[in-house]
Design a binder for this molecule. Sequence first.
Ligand code: ADP
Ligand code: ASP
Ligand code: MG
Length: 476
Amino acid sequence: MNEKIRIMKFGGTSVGDGECIRRAAEIVASGAAAGPLVVVVSAMSGVTNRLIAAAHASARGETQIAGELAESLRAQHRAAIDLLITDQEARAKLAAEAETIIQEVSGLCQGTALLRELTPRALDSISSAGERLTARLLADALCDLGLVGVALDSTELIVTDDVFGRAEPLMPETRARTTARLLPMLEGGAIPVVTGFLGATPEGILTTLGRGGSDYSATILGAALDAAEVIIWTDVDGVLSADPRLVPEARTLGEISYNEAAELAYFGAKVLHPKTLRPVSDAGIPVWIRNSFAPERPGTQITTLGHPTARGVKAITAISDVSLITVGGRGIVGLLGVAARTFTAAATAQANVLLISQSSSENDICFIVNAMDEARTLAELRRAFAFDLAHKEVEHITVDPEIAIIAVVGDRMQGMPGIAGRTFSALGQRGINIIAIAQGSSEYNVSLVVRSDAMRDAVQALHVEFELHRRAERIE
Ligand code: ADP
Ligand code: ASP
Ligand code: MG
């Protein structure tokens, strides 16, 4: 293919109903006029949550849920189909295809309710239904506009390992499949509309990439196709200097670096899945975040260099669905290998450790994991330290779920004196207590732990302190 391909991904709110899907189709239509395009879609907003809730309810034996789920999916998707598709025959065909997917997911829930068991593999299959539905809707909406939209399940394209619920792509296989399948379609002038969030093992068993994973799907396909750029259409103007729900005066950042974006995503900026930048940063493929409800606005561009500023700090993020785990007691001073054993236990529990802090007195080692990893980590730690707990070498292993991590992020902060000092005094002035601090999880980030009820205040205080509502001039 001579021309470089572009990828456009539409998130849940951007395909939230028929009208949103029509708006997305119009954005695709004008993009397709400029060159070959591959589209990636999420499920309609809220659908994946409902699918997952139905799967869990089924596992508890709630047999009626399968029918209720089918009914609500049918109503929601039928309404969109009626709005989007004018041709009678095309509409009936699409409604039948949607019905097949709905019957399938409802059947999986019925099976789960009978067995009263939900395997990670079955959960992935159930949670995939939303993307499979919207891909068909958007593809047909494109046809309705006179284009050749072709829906594709990414199980045909993205090859992953078999870690259900958070599968990782196998890039050489993915590249081979994706180019073989998509390039001929693009040469023929079609616009592939691919399901986000999903992949399949080499044996063809469906997997998912983790919640919010459609962003990741888009950059995986971008890397596989050596794309010119990846555009992520969402419901905000770009990456903002803070979550707009916490800081109403947050401003859109014009350009940030891959490192900054990755750090922001990892520490809670929901606008990007944490792994989004991985497939594209080495190849230097730019990623754009743009607002599908205001496509005339420029959005945020993510590049290798970003937009270096003298201020250093670019944005503040926060995550609250995390737990602080502490392994402590006087006995651990000098007890050999406590840190190693602690983190081996966390690794055995497959917990993602977000932040580590050890006090200089060595009485405590504390670290933070995602709330969903808490129970497993705790069980693993109690097993690993059973002997030491019994002999009071380790006195306690405690959990505090009422905390939040605040991260101050920016490429040029490293070596800039005073950032940590300003961070602490800004919080001190508001009477916000800092429970733990970590600098150097990377050089782009100072993170601190506060009580979750102080999270909003802390983010706002830091946003004011670093004047993030004001535009910062570029420096070279
Ligand atoms: P999509 O469905 O398009 O994937 P998400 O809901 O996953 O969208 O992500 C977009 C949301 O991320 C925004 O509506 C916003 O509330 C939230 N968000 C959190 N932090 C930030 C930030 N720093 N910049 C922009 N949006 C953010
Ligand atoms: N629909 C999936 C989710 O809600 C993936 C995504 O939207 O990115 O997690
Ligand atoms: Mg998202």
